[in-house]
Every structure is written in structure tokens, then in C-alpha cells.
Design a protein. Structure first.
Length: 92
């Protein structure tokens, strides 16, 4: 497939590239793309992990998915990512 079917269903996407790291909130569109360097992010991977550990429901809500955001167990996400973080950072 060309991916267009899934584009409308995107909630969040983090592209932690060395050049032009950015993230997407909600479906595609010019307002959905956020340039990490423009926002002062120096370490995209660590920043992304921190967002997921502390702001995941808020970001899902910002993407327009209130019902999904209400069902997210932020503490469970935080606990799992905290356990996985050393392994993630080692690969990065």
C-alpha cells in the first residue's frame, strides 16, 4: 500500500533522525509536524522517552483522540519505559 490509508489514523510519530529530528501529532498536515531543533531539543531520543514517560496522554489528546487518552495508564507506560530506557539508549 502507499500508506495513505494509515495517514489519517496516526496519533503520534517520533522521527529521531540525526538530521532534522521531528515528531508528528495527529494526522498529516503542516501543523502536525514539529521540528525538535526549533523547539530546543538537543537529544531527540532522550526527549522522546521523557515525553512518553510524562506526557503521553496529553499528547494523544492534543492529536484529537480524547477517548484513547483517557484509557492510557501513564504510570504503566512510565514504568515500562524506565525499565527499557537503558537498552534503548544503548542502541542509540
Amino acid at each position: 500500500t502507499d500508506g495513505t490509508e494509515d495517514e489519517g489514523k496516526r496519533i503520534l510519530r517520533f522521527d529521531c533522525f540525526y538530521k532534522n529530528p521531528h515528531y508528528h501529532v495527529g494526522a498529516s498536515g503542516e501543523h502536525s509536524v514539529h521540528n525538535m531543533k526549533d523547539e530546543g531539543v538537543e537529544d531527540p531520543v532522550r526527549w522522546t522517552l521523557e515525553q512518553l514517560k510524562t506526557r503521553f496522554p496529553a499528547m494523544v489528546k492534543k492529536a484529537g483522540y480524547d477517548q484513547i487518552a483517557e484509557k492510557i495508564d501513564q504510570q504503566a507506560i512510565t514504568d515500562h519505559l524506565t525499565r527499557l530506557e537503558p537498552e534503548i539508549l544503548a542502541k542509540y
